[in-house]
Design a protein around this ligand. Sequence first.
Ligand code: HEC
Length: 169
Amino acid sequence: MKAVRLMIFGVAILLLSGAALSALVLHGALTTNMGDQPSFKPQERPLEPPPGSVPQGQWEPVLNRDEAGKVLRNPIPPMLASLENGRRLYAVYCTLCHGENGKGGGPVAAKFVPPPDITIAFFRQRSDGFLYETIRSGGPLMPAQGEALSVKERWDIVNYLRNLQGGAG
Ligand code: HEC
C-alpha cells in the first residue's frame, strides 16, 4: 500500500515538473532565438547615446551646407598625396554622375537627373566647406556620399575638385 502511494506521488511530481517546464518554455523564458532581444532591429533607429556621453573619434555636428560653408575650414593642404587620393576617390564616388572631368555625362547621369558642370565659375565660388558638406550630406537631388568616406577623404575630394575646376580655366 505504501509503495503504491509513493508511486502515485512520484508520478504526480513528474507530471507537475513537466507542466512547469513546458509553461516556462512556452512563456519564452528558455527561448534560444537570438532575434528576440532588446537590441534595435533592421530599419529601426539606433538607440540614442545615453545622456552625458562623450563623443569618441569623428563625431561631427549636423550643419546645413550654408552653415558648413561659413564655419568649416579645409584642414588638408592640397599637396600631391591629397590630390592623388582625391582623384582615386572621385573616380569611385563621383565620376558615375559627374563624369571624369566634372562636366557631367557620367553613365548614371543618363538615368538620373543630369548634374550640372561643376567646374563652372558658379561652383568654383563655393567655399571648401560648402563643397565638403555637399559631399557629406548631398544636395537637393544629389545623394549623400559621406557615409562611405572619412573626414580626410572628403577633404581630399574637395582638393581634387578644386584642381578640376582650376584645370577648366
Ligand atoms: C547619383 C548621382 C551623383 C553622384 C554619385 C554625385 N553627385 Fe554631385 N550632384 C548630382 C546632381 C544631380 C547635382 C545637382 C543637383 C543637386 O545639387 O543636388 C549634383 C551637384 C553637385 C555639386 C554642386 C553643389 C552646389 O550646389 O554647389 C557638387 C560640388 C557635387 N555635386 C560634387 C559631387 C562629388 C564631389 C561627388 C562624389 C563624392 C558627387 N557629387 C557625387 C549628382 C551626383
